[in-house]
Write a protein that binds this ligand. Structure first.
Ligand code: GLC
Ligand code: CA
Length: 552
């Protein structure tokens, strides 16, 4: 099939969590000048787009996902001039700059909210979701994502406001046309400044269900509260608002967009990315880490890949990612961060880059960074981790058990400082880092891998280079193979006269695959075990082996 060519399909994107990437002034917090200093590194890796997690003014209750001013830069990160230098540095290197937009909510420190809460009849009173008390108390039984009721009382108005996330993150009222206009204006303003695209945060919750009914599900929190985000997910007006955002802003400038949405079924994904619906170019489906840890398997993963492919192949596109700032490290979650650390990191990279879709690399993934596994809860910073841990304790979970679970799901696993070298603070800062460095930085770091020929970094470099040279990796058709083998993910990619075979072994044991029937013979294009033989009958894959063959 001949797919429509688009720049965002051909790119390789690199996500930066600015707080943890590189600190230029020794205050222990990563910043824009730190990123500028590392642009040569990113160019050397070969990526051609970077996405910055939010860098706007924020009190950092949720590390920047609580925005206090959409048009100014957080002091700790630098100034607007620094942002312009970063933009120019990217563009000079042929790299796109992608910004994060948080539009479901703002910080309670945003001027809009400060004014809105003052009275029921000022010019911004309608910008947030306000509700009278019901029977003298909160309007319904919803629990917020970061714990406690989703409603908070404001004395000034004698009313509750809704916050699906922390109480310092009030939800915006998208029903209000004036608010929507102001947001679209802000988006156009960032595009005029030279932004090339957006990752749009938690965007599937814009419309709330009519009348704010109670959830009928079993309680998930204290006082009978229920966390039931499904009630607010993917409602019709949410799609209408996104469509308007596309036609009023994104589309006018041909910028790239990727929406973070709570949906993992192919039909739901299609609604967001089908070209004719004019909403997003791709989506990042959000799955809470605790759910993913419990339900993940190679079988579930490949079933989802195949069904999503079938549904979206004609008119949609995929963001391919295994990691981001909300997830445990991929090598710890899907691979092995012990004995097969290096093999499994490369195997996962092979999958990411060889699937149809745009690869998203999360900082540190290219050197195989692992979970941080901090030894005490006090070493964790993340609001979500602390809420999760407290909930376990209230449910009677023993301390050790609660810590062990928190260590596995914590978003700080992805937020520990980027490991540049083996020195005390891993080259991240000359001061005291805002969050502890992972002790394994003495072994896992950029410097070591830049010097070693077969490092994970060099493997990523190779994959990215291959993508630039072989349109089959971008536009090739996908067909799953060996679907009955639960721990192997295998598929072909085909484009024009060429076919590639990708074999990935997802376990610590060897696994055999019989290639006699397809009669596969061909050149090895990539191997994470340094294989060189070319023809296969029965092949025994090593633990976490990845192989890419060009089929004759
Ligand atoms: C998204 C972000 C996450 C944040 C949440 C609330 O899921 O990725 O980091 O906490 O939205 O804004
Ligand atoms: Ca700094």
């Amino acid at each position: 099939m001949e797919r429509k060519k688009d720049w965002f399909k051909e790119m390789v994107l690199y996500q930066i969590y600015p707080r943890s990437f590189a600190d230029s002034n020794g205050d222990g917090v990563g910043d824009l000048n730190g990123i500028i200093e590392k642009l040569d590194y990113l160019e050397d890796l070969g990526v051609n787009a970077i996405w910055l997690s939010p860098i706007y003014k924020s009190p950092n209750v949720d590390n920047g996902y609580d925005i206090a001013d959409y048009k100014s830069i957080m002091d700790e990160f630098g100034s607007f001039d620094d942002w312009k230098r970063l933009r120019d540095g990217c563009h000079r290197r042929g790299m796109h700059l992608i910004m994060d937009l948080v539009l479901n909510h703002t910080s309670d420190q945003h001027e809009w909210f400060k004014k809105s809460r003052q009275s029921k009849n000022n010019s911004l009173s309608n910008y947030y979701i306000w509700h009278d008390p019901v029977d003298g108390g909160r309007p319904n039984n919803w629990e917020s994502v970061f714990g406690g009721s989703a409603w908070e009382f404001a004395e000034e108005r004698g009313q509750y406001y809704l916050h699906l996330f922390a109480k310092e993150q009030p939800d915006l009222n998208w029903e209000c046309k004036q608010l929507r206009e102001e947001i679209f204006d802000t988006i156009r303003w960032w595009i005029e400044q030279g932004t090339d695209g957006f990752r749009v945060d938690a965007i599937s919750y814009l419309e709330k269900p009519n009348g704010f009914p109670n959830s009928k599900k079993a309680p998930t929190g204290a006082d009978g509260l229920v966390m039931d985000m499904e009630m607010c997910s993917n409602l019709p007006k949410t799609h209408q608002y996104i469509h308007d955002m596309k036609t009023e802003a994104f589309e006018k400038y041909n910028v790239m967009t990727v929406g973070e949405v709570a949906c993992d079924s192919p039909a739901c994904a299609w609604d967001y990315v089908a070209r004719e619906r004019r909403e997003f170019d791709m989506i990042i489906p959000f799955v809470p880490p605790i759910v993913e840890i419990k339900t993940w398997s190679p079988k579930a993963m490949k079933d989802s890949i195949s069904s999503m492919y079938k549904k979206l192949q004609n008119d949609g596109w995929w963001a391919r990612f295994l990691s981001n700032h909300d997830k445990p490290r991929q090598v710890s979650l899907y691979g092995d961060d012990g004995q097969y650390w290096e093999a499994s990191a490369k195997m996962l990279a092979t999958m990411l880059h060889m699937l149809p879709g745009t690869p998203f690399i999360y900082q540190g993934e290219e050197i195989g960074m692992t979970n941080a596994y901090y030894s005490s809860i006090d070493e964790y910073d993340d609001i979500d981790t602390h809420n999760f841990y407290q909930k376990l304790l209230s449910a009677g979970e023993p301390l050790e058990q609660a810590l062990s679970l928190a260590q596995k799901i914590s978003r700080d696993n992805a937020r520990s400082p980027m490991q540049w070298d083996g020195t005390e603070n891993t080259g991240f800062t000359s001061g005291t880092p805002w969050i502890k460095v992972n002790p394994n930085h003495t072994k896992i770091n950029v410097q070591e891998q830049l010097e070693r020929p077969n490092s994970i970094f060099k493997y990523y470099q190779k994959l990215i280079k291959m993508r630039k040279e072989h349109p089959i990796m971008v536009y090739g058709d996908f067909m799953p193979l060996f679907e009955d083998k639960d721990t192997i993910i295998a598929y072909t990619r085909s484009y024009q006269d060429e076919t590639w075979l990708v074999l990935l072994n997802f376990c610590k044991q060897q696994a055999s695959v019989n290639l006699t029937k397809p009669g596969i013979c061909g050149k090895i294009l990539l191997s994470n075990y340094g294989r060189t033989d070319d023809c296969f009958g029965e092949i025994l894959l090593d633990p976490y082996e990845a192989l890419v063959l060009q089929v004759d």
